[in-house]
Design a protein around this ligand. Sequence first.
Ligand code: ATP
Ligand code: MG
Length: 481
Amino acid sequence: MSSAEGFERRSTARRPPAGRKLLLLEPDPSLRQRMLDALDERFRVVDGESQLERALERLSDLGVEPYDVVVTDLQLGARGGLAVLRAAREREDRTATILTAAGGSVQDAVDSMRQGAFDFLPKPFEMPELQARVDRALDHARLVGEVRGLRAERGRGQARARIVGGSAVLRDAVAMAERVAPGRTTVLITGETGTGKELIAGLIHETSPRRRGPLIKVNCAALPETLLESELFGHERGAFTSADRLRIGRFEQADHGTLFLDEIGDMSLATQAKLLRVLQDQQFQRLGGSRVLQSDVRIVAATHCDLEAAIAAGAFREDLYFRLNVVGIELPPLRDRPDDVEALALHFLAEFAAEMGKPLRGLSNAALMRIRQHEWPGNIRELRNVMERAALLAVGGQVAEADVGLQQLGRELARWRPGLPPEGLPLAEIERAVLLEALERTGFIQKDAASLLGVSRRKLNYMIQRMGITHSSWRINRRVD
Ligand SMILES: Nc1ncnc2c1ncn2[C@@H]1O[C@H](COP(=O)(O)OP(=O)(O)OP(=O)(O)O)[C@@H](O)[C@H]1O
Ligand SMILES: [Mg+2]
């Protein structure tokens, strides 16, 4: 029944409680079979593998339940068992991993345990010994699972209660966030400004086992390159002129917690390279320091930028993108989920009415109509601000159309329309024309043009590079011979 390719088997005999899954990675076919036979009746699902790659694939499959117990040989290739251990913990840190090794040294055992293995079993071993260790692992996984379940339920209730809206797209995003929360998988949240990216990041942290640890947020767009690096990694005293004290970076602070890297699309290429290194080996150094530090951090990143366009323009590293986007959650703009508008408006109204101590009963029909018809370029944040203002202005028990105050903006948007010729026009040409007009109007000062167009300087800059626009006043671009 065994083959060199490895195989899968599901036991049909006495079925143990649901949810028990075992992954066994052992290259020797006859030993593998004996181990499977010894462990079979303890599990509902038993997956046997002979190859490292296949085992890693199974472990990272988000479409199926995670494993409760993993038993793996340590010496697959160059100590590949540790890769299995890492992948198992990344997916679900409740998974108990037992490493086996022929001639395993004390150092191997210590290393394995340090990296989070549940147990270490030197080869050769008798089957009853294996069974006893696996029973302990199962007990452990079950206990941790129970405690975790209770805590997560509480956390989820609180965090989820803050998320309003019943549209299918929002529900999908929330479901995905909750599904990946238990592990360490890196998550990339994308969406326009004000669509709730930070809220979802909070939900992931709150429903994860890390909720007892810190949730640390860094806005990558807010700081220039060197400051951002010392913010992230810290610096030693004297690392640069103004570094008169040692500084603990955000990576260190977020140990055992979640690090939320907001506006990651605005990070410079040099900092991206450093971040990539940290993500690869979980190790970093403070600026000006030589000690290699380690931190157990779950990364959640967010951006309003189109990272694929940024990659095409050479402004974002593709390898970093793949590292970050292990799981992607996209939050659609409010205009694509009209069903959420009313629920959100009423939610914010109730919130502000309570805060202001005003007995408000809701919105007039005309006010509601106005809100439904608005395009919401600022998304939920804009809606929230509009409702705050409305709650403030409303007299009597209800918000009237005039309190909503969206007329003016609506008219402005309606006034400007780019002329689309009957035969159509590439969108890029419109972009280029508008960009040039903004640059001309601001005397080719990129900062001012960016603010006219409501984009970050960085984004404007890479649009300019992508379109190959140059101007004599941009001296930095000129070569000095
Ligand atoms: N589904 C929701 N239910 C309730 N409040 C929401 C929801 N989505 C967003 N909000 C609120 O809208 C505001 C903007 O959300 P958030 O800060 O998460 O957006 P963002 O995507 O991070 O925006 P930006 O890109 O501008 O940082 C916050 O006050 C947030 O609490
Ligand atoms: Mg945000």
